[in-house]
Design a protein around this ligand. Sequence first.
Ligand SMILES: NC(=O)c1ccc[n+]([C@@H]2O[C@H](COP(=O)([O-])OP(=O)(O)OC[C@H]3O[C@@H](n4cnc5c(N)ncnc54)[C@H](O)[C@@H]3O)[C@@H](O)[C@H]2O)c1
Length: 190
Amino acid sequence: MSDAVRELTVELGERSYPILIGQGLLGSRNLSEYVQGSQVLIVTNETVAPLYLDRAKSCFPGKSVDTVVLADGEKYKDWQTLNQIFDHLLQNRHSRKTTLVALGGGVVGDMTGFAAACYQRGVPFIQIPTTLLSQVDSSVGGKTGINHPLGKNMVGAFHQPEIVLIDTDTLSSLPPREVAAGLAEVIKYG
Ligand SMILES: NC(=O)c1ccc[n+]([C@@H]2O[C@H](COP(=O)([O-])OP(=O)(O)OC[C@H]3O[C@@H](n4cnc5c(N)ncnc54)[C@H](O)[C@@H]3O)[C@@H](O)[C@H]2O)c1
């Protein structure tokens, strides 16, 4: 693992949280200290799961780690897919102390954050963004939500993560089109 790990803090008083940025963090960082209870549910999608799910699971030693793999695409950022997360949480008796983990791009991040904001009136969540856009933008700031047939991101909530873990190695598998979308966002910030 590279020793060039950057740690930033999003200053929000009692809700402040760290952002860890570096290479090789997935699978080598222990995130269990950010999990209050014993249960973790990693939410990801069918594209990201084969690439990074095993490494993400190993970030939570000593915890009971469960996973939900959603279909991939913006068109699945909807109630029906969100309900798959709630179904899984309830069927597997996840408590009010469970921690949700978003492993994927902005779609997975927005849906997982919203599920965490709603489940049992709010449970903690962790962001592990794997696209450039989600690393520079959507994983930070606490905006979560889903689309409605009448408008994008029309149903949602603000919910801050416990930590954002950005492993820049995940960008190596990103299609060029997605890299370009993220760079466009970086240029807009510039
Ligand atoms: N919450 C916010 O503040 C905020 C801000 C900006 C955008 N957004 C939302 O973010 C979403 C767009 O996010 P996005 O651009 O990350 O799209 P995305 O989540 O759809 O990811 C793009 C594609 O890359 C795949 N992918 C993800 N990580 C990968 C990896 N490491 N290697 C290979 N493939 C990978 C995904 O499966 C998907 O097919 C939109 O829904 C938008 O509304 C939210």
